[in-house]
Design a protein around this ligand. Sequence first.
Ligand SMILES: Nc1nc2c(c(=O)[nH]1)N[C@H]1C(S)=C(S)[C@@H](COP(=O)(O)OP(=O)(O)OC[C@H]3O[C@@H](n4cnc5c(=O)[nH]c(N)nc54)[C@H](O)[C@@H]3O)O[C@H]1N2
Ligand SMILES: Nc1nc2c(c(=O)[nH]1)N[C@H]1C(S)=C(S)[C@@H](COP(=O)(O)OP(=O)(O)OC[C@H]3O[C@@H](n4cnc5c(=O)[nH]c(N)nc54)[C@H](O)[C@@H]3O)O[C@H]1N2
Ligand code: SF4
Ligand SMILES: [Mo]
Length: 682
Amino acid sequence: MSSFVDSPNGIFPSVCSLDCPDQCGLLLHKKNGKIIKVEGDPNHPVTKGFICNKVRNMTERIYDKKRLKYPMKRIGAKGEGEFVRISWEEAINTITTRWKELLQSDGAESILPYSFYGNMGNLSAEGMDRRFFNRLGASQLDRSICNSAGAAGYKYTMGGSYGTDPEDTIHTKLFIFWGINAVSTNMHQVAIAQQARKQNGAKIIVIDVHKNKTARIADWFIPILPGTDTALALGLMHILFAENMVDSSFLEQYTVGYEELREHVEQYDPVTVSGITGIPVEDIVQLARMYGKTSPAFIRIGNGPQHHDNGGMFVRTISCLPALTGQWLVKGGGAIKGNSGYLAHNTANLQRPDLLKNKKTRVINMNLLGEALLTLDPPVKSLYVYGTNPAVVAPAGNKVRSGLKREDLFTVVHDLFLTETARYADIVLPATSSFENTDFYTSYWHHYIQLQQPVIEPFEEAKSNIEVFRLLAKGMNFTEAAFEETEAELIDQSLANPKNPYIKEINFETLSKHHYLKAKARFPDSFPTPSGKIELYSEKMKQDGYPPLPTYVPLIKDSDHYFQFIAAPNHNFLNSTFANQTKHIELEKEPVVVLNCEDAEKLDVKDGDQVRVWNERGECILKASVGVNVLPGVAVTQGLWGAEKGTKHLVNALTPDRIADMGGGATFFSGRVTVEKIILEC
Ligand SMILES: Nc1nc2c(c(=O)[nH]1)N[C@H]1C(S)=C(S)[C@@H](COP(=O)(O)OP(=O)(O)OC[C@H]3O[C@@H](n4cnc5c(=O)[nH]c(N)nc54)[C@H](O)[C@@H]3O)O[C@H]1N2
Ligand SMILES: Nc1nc2c(c(=O)[nH]1)N[C@H]1C(S)=C(S)[C@@H](COP(=O)(O)OP(=O)(O)OC[C@H]3O[C@@H](n4cnc5c(=O)[nH]c(N)nc54)[C@H](O)[C@@H]3O)O[C@H]1N2
Ligand code: SF4
Ligand SMILES: [Mo]
């Protein structure tokens, strides 16, 4: 069979590899061996041919002149970005020689892999790399920067990552987008909601600290003070019980602890909750009645509110709501936090933890990268970064960059671009784009597994993560067959998962034929919690040192700075990806900080003024956007801008590296800052 790569012209199936729940089906148009257009696959049952502007402009990125073409070694100071070309042979040899020395002098745990989901392909993001670092016995990375607090909280209530099938939400009559800027971050859920609004008069509610793009299309936007959502959810429960809007037979059959919960939420009366959340009493009551009386009612639980000190408890609490009303059994009712449980593949086959031979290697939380590089004893002596850009995306960014500057740290970065992180590397390796690789993709929102087969030749000398780890394994003289296996073999091993009957018929062959296949998933009758039921009361939480019932815990007030600072993603970048593409930068214009007019007036700041935003961790210079899009005391910025427009836009210079209440999660949004007008001297 000839491959897609061999045909210089045509239209080929593909899938979006970015860290986005929608995981769109794509069609790549090729002419003379080059991709000239990226469009949505109209036959994809969920994404239906619509894709975001970011990826419609993807050719800008994959053929960008700035793309890394060959391996390089550093000749300037760390961070300056001066490199010279070397061969792959020299690169692999330099890395493996240094690592062999470190194995002798400091042991394997002095080496730390640092990666995330810049490419969501399972083989690229957590395949051959895991095999390699297990075999090496390197320090392990706790990959907790994104959704881990929320995932842990959801698990306490529901047992695993199972929610509503988004395709069913076409029947939904009430959509609550809770702490999710879905117009930018889950556009097809919005498309379904808008269709449902047209078809059956569905209502869309947005609960957020910012009147973002999603709030602007809502029927009702409810502004809330940061980190107080748990109190709101408890207030809703109070009213649902008090006004008898709960589904007793569901509670009886499928949950544990509803009697305890009923008593417990008596304290969260609307007046108390209003005082905590900043939401008027009558709005809380109206919201509870709408939620209690509309069916199907669906909550899309966002990632935003779980990036707080109390983020795990937030998700644990919200995910109890559909159980109170019995909405889990209604087609189109329920909630989605994440749906990855339905598509769970065989991670042991893919990642081969057996290669670690039961060694108890230390685990380092990725949110503490700066701390780890600066203070850990025994120290990290080598860092291997791939699929992530920690100099921009990790919290407490100034600490991260100081750590990366350490002269005795041997850093390797594998990426498509000379990212801010790569500028600190000793060796830089060029990565292929996902369109150049074979991989399989499992959405964490819809129920489809998709295959990517290479559509174009590797760019210049770029190599995939899988190939680089094969080369590193050879360089380290690892002889296990695990490092020889082909992508097709890895995919078949991964999809052979007796624990997940939903994906039984999906394998490399069936995927090659159909490109995407839906798991035969359905909402579980029994839940993988200790009791087998939805746990409104959780004994496990008690054992783990948490309140067993959903409980509001205020944010940690880490300083007296006036503003609560929310540095969220933006529309045209994906984390820091695209923050170096001219087209995407032009669309975003420049980084702003959104302030309430009352606050701005007190600070004598006018719309459009440059302001200094600072705290003990660092400072940024941003443009003030003044209005009523945030409550007083809240400052919101959007986008993980790179250093293209100067380092004063690296917003993570300001974010805390405290760890959230659960799952080792990040607390990006729980920091405080002062905002000051910049007085220009003539
Ligand atoms: N365009 C675009 N799409 C993306 C990304 C991107 O950078 N750009 N990133 C991708 C990734 S990795 C992820 S994890 C997802 C994240 O996407 P989302 O799930 O949308 O999460 P965030 O964008 O982090 O935050 C969502 C909202 O939470 C709000 N928020 C912050 N604190 C609170 C709070 O205390 N209460 C409430 N109610 N709201 C709060 C913010 O104002 C923001 O509007 O998006 C993915 N998709
Ligand atoms: N202030 C603030 N900070 C945040 C967040 C926030 O909301 N606010 N969100 C956080 C969240 S939720 C997340 S998920 C993280 C995400 O942060 P990151 O995981 O760092 O995501 P990106 O910035 O998109 O960087 C991904 C990198 O992977 C590279 N890449 C893509 N494909 C491949 C490949 O196949 N191989 C290799 N080797 N490299 C590849 C890309 O070129 C890019 O440089 O950021 C976190 N940081
Ligand atoms: S980033 Fe999200 S919306 Fe855009 S093409 Fe990729 S999966 Fe679709
Ligand atoms: Mo994320």
